[in-house]
Design a protein around this ligand. Sequence first.
Ligand code: PNS
Length: 175
Amino acid sequence: MGPEKKMRDTYSVAIFPGSFDPVHYGHLDVVETASELFSKVIWAIGVNPLKKPMFSLEQRLEMMRLANKFPNVSVASFSGLLVRFAQSQEAGVIVRSLRMVAADFEYEFQMTLVNRKLVGELKTIYIPAGQEHMHMNSTIVRELILSGEDVEGYLPPEVLMFIRGQNIHTRIRLS
Ligand code: PNS
């Protein structure tokens, strides 16, 4: 296989990385669009040893598996650098979601520039979260969960059921 063909193949494989603590409708929207654009999508949790997530890695993976309805999307996790994981998976594209929030732009551009400097051939693209999910992020969802508020509009039913079944001191209202 020539280098050009190999390059084209890697651009048909995308990674959608994040913390997904927990996965919500905004993420699902982006993963759905990515699944339509790419032959294969690796939906991956980046393990950050400096972050203390609300849900364990296994719990987050399970919620993503439950929410994932797309045959060309696989759920995974990685530690270390995202670009190295992308290389190991022969993925040529990083997908990130972007909301209409100034903080997102700064953080995302920083990340993109660092990744581009590390591996130039790896391209980052942004998929805007759907209009109805623009205001949503996992931090807000976690705060609502911990306050016992209704999060039905934010999380897919399978994820809500999963969280309700977990032995965490939270009260989830499902209706
Ligand atoms: O959902 P998040 O918390 O914004 O996701 C961040 C994530 C996991 C994509 C990012 O922290 C990451 O890529 N971690 C792997 C470490 C890495 O590659 N760092 C250098 C680029 S910033």
